[in-house]
Design a protein around this ligand. Structure first.
Ligand code: FE2
Ligand code: FE2
Length: 148
């Protein structure tokens, strides 16, 4: 992708997981606000909400791909982290859909609602997969690691 992505944050690993889960909720909330705005035909409000999400999303992905997947692949190998790699493959499609939605909002296009619903569902499923499968596995890998 041509967009500039952020650098991973320097946060202790277990704190990072908490931050990522909190960001899932923040992003769900932002997506919901954007959808509600669009339903009121407040395209500007929808654009604003999506714009705020962009920064959060980029930083979030930088941490998941720079820290979570790195730990999992480091501990389990590519084969052992296959399922998690698959979940993280959704990042680009979700991000692209978010850009499409933002574009539709700025052009006040009528198919905005359908695409927003798709985006919100996709994000919801993605966050659930991370919280139920990826993060617990990453945490247990982290805890099993020899410290020192
Ligand atoms: Fe993710
Ligand atoms: Fe996430």
């Amino acid at each position: 992708m041509s967009e500039s992505w952020y650098l991973p944050r320097k946060i202790p690993f277990d704190d990072l997981i908490r931050v990522l889960v909190a960001e899932h909720n923040l992003m769900k909330e932002g997506l919901r606000r954007a959808k509600e705005a669009a339903e009121r035909n407040d395209f500007e409000g929808a654009s604003r909400a999506l714009k705020q999400l962009d920064r959060v999303f980029r930083q979030h992905i930088a941490d998941e791909e720079g820290q979570i997947i790195r730990l999992l692949v480091g501990e389990l190998g590519v084969k052992g982290a296959e399922d998690e790699i698959e979940v993280f493959r959704q990042h680009r499609p979700i991000y692209r859909l978010m850009q499409t939605v933002a574009e539709l909002a700025s052009k006040e296009e009528s198919e905005l609602g359908t695409e927003q619903a798709k985006l919100n569902d996709l994000f919801h499923d993605h966050a659930t997969a991370e919280e139920e499968r990826v993060f617990p596995k990453a945490l247990s890998c982290y805890e099993r690691r020899p410290h020192g």
